[in-house]
Design a protein around this ligand. Structure first.
Ligand code: AMP
Ligand code: MG
Length: 424
């Protein structure tokens, strides 16, 4: 007898599978950013999205000043040949003090970095390039006219739009806003995200930490991974715990979570198993957009809307949770937060070793980028790639993104990677 096979995770190509790029584009189209905003003290605005443009009330620099410690001079005094010129030093321009009196040709002012340029001066000769001779300095022709001077308004002019609405406030933006003398910021309100795990096999840390597990039981890790991922995105978290594998419990949790949040994220219960109630519940309570993707790990992924609340049903396997979160949930959350740049960075790195792959689905393998002895960068996999091996994510410092049509990698191939590391 020949068993007639149903489509499964083991098939490389399955006609009903949606390509990841198509799914992502659909998802982004469907996003409505939060409209409410609030005014917060500058430091609280970190990791929030700007609700309105930041317009500069001042010019930066506010005044023309020296970029170096040295001597402010008039460029008419710069020697045209290789002879030195002697200038009389008239005083000192300290940072934070009003400008020294103006200088005339033949004169110089000792000036500190940030000191106001005196009238008549347009060039700074750095202190290392002068010879001090009592009240005079000797300069030569190594400095060009206008060097080492920061012009008033050269960075920002009064009325310039410095940051546009939709910008995420990171450290550089926070410092930028402070540099304009602005101490409160209008930001989009935080997104409310509810999340829960599904599965009868799950034991929570709340009730079971350190206790022996019964047969067939595992600790619920996904809810903690999601807590960590969501915390990094600066959203308001609502933890709905673990929900048993019944239709009633699943529906009840989805309804309650959707009433409390802008977005609900679950893990597990989205496959075609007999204890998988998530996709079906979404379809019955609201709208199920799709749930089979041409990716590995992460083929089953439910996406939909319930009570005007967006919904993501992530797979149960811990690695699949992380990969689908990075690829789909994170850009969607950023778009919902009102952020105008939602794309994550991809880089090209040379493969250190061969990687086996069958064409059909995009694969996200856990990778390690290393610097070789000659300073080059290479990437290799962490080894076995099972979607349940969370340890592979801990070993990895990047995801290796192998496109759907890739039929294997040989050493030296340039691979696309998504690094885990970055600046704070
Ligand atoms: P499911 O999609 O519900 O069939 O789950 C797929 C696999 O992921 C199973 O081996 C589950 O035991 C595991 N799994 C599901 N939820 C979790 C969770 N919250 N923490 C850790 N593993 C999980
Ligand atoms: Mg399950």
């Amino acid at each position: 007898m020949v068993i007639e096979k149903q489509p499964s995770c083991d098939d490389p190509i399955e006609p009903a599978l949606l390509p990841v790029a198509v799914a992502l584009a659909r998802m982004q189209q469907a996003v409505t950013p939060v409209s409410e905003s609030k005014r917060v003290p500058l430091r609280e605005s970190l990791d929030h999205v700007l609700a309105i443009d930041i317009v500069s009330p001042i010019q930066v620099p506010a005044y023309t000043n020296s970029a170096m410690d040295g001597y402010a001079i008039s460029s008419v005094d710069l020697p045209v040949d290789d002879k030195e010129v002697s200038l009389k030093v008239r005083g000192t321009a300290w940072a934070g003090k009003p400008a020294e009196a103006s200088i005339k040709p033949g004169e110089a002012v000792r000036i500190m970095t940030g000191g106001m340029m005196p009238e008549g001066a347009d060039t700074v000769v750095i202190q290392e390039h002068v010879q001090v001779d009592g009240e005079h300095i000797l300069i030569d022709n190594t400095t060009s006219a206008g060097r080492n001077v920061r012009q008033a308004g050269e960075d920002i002019n009064t009325g310039d739009v410095v940051l546009t609405a939709g910008t995420m406030i990171n450290p550089a933006e926070l410092g930028m806003i402070a540099s304009l003398g602005i101490d409160t910021v209008e930001v989009k309100r935080r997104l409310k995200v509810a999340f829960f795990s599904t599965g009868d096999e799950l034991r929570t840390l709340e009730s079971h930490a350190g206790k022996p597990l019964g047969p067939g039981e595992i600790f619920d890790s996904n809810r903690h991974t999601l807590f960590a991922l969501l915390s990094r995105l600066g959203v308001e978290l609502i933890d709905f715990g673990v929900v048993p594998d019944t239709e009633a419990a699943t529906k009840d949790a989805i309804v309650k979570a959707s009433q409390a949040a802008d977005l609900v994220i679950t893990s597990g219960g989205v496959s075609a198993g007999q204890a998988d109630f998530v996709s079906q519940s979404i379809a019955e309570l609201g709208e199920l957009t799709f749930w089979k993707l041409a990716m590995r790990p992460g083929r089953p992924l439910a996406c939909g809307v319930v009570n005007n609340c967006r919904f993501f049903g992530l797979p149960g396997n811990p690695v699949a949770v992380m990969v689908t979160f990075y690829e789909f949930v994170q850009p969607t959350i950023k778009a919902m937060m009102g952020c105008t740049t939602t794309e994550l960075q991809l880089f090209k790195v040379k493969a250190k070793e061969a990687i086996r792959k069958i064409p059909g689905r995009i694969e996200y393998q856990r990778g390690i980028i290393e610097i070789t002895d000659d300073g080059d960068q290479t990437v290799r996999t962490t080894g076995k790639q099972g979607a349940g091996r969370l340890s592979s994510m801990c070993l990895a410092n990047c995801l290796i993104v192998l496109p759907a049509d890739c039929d294997g990698v040989v050493p030296g191939d340039m691979l696309t990677v998504r690094p885990f590391f970055g600046l704070v």
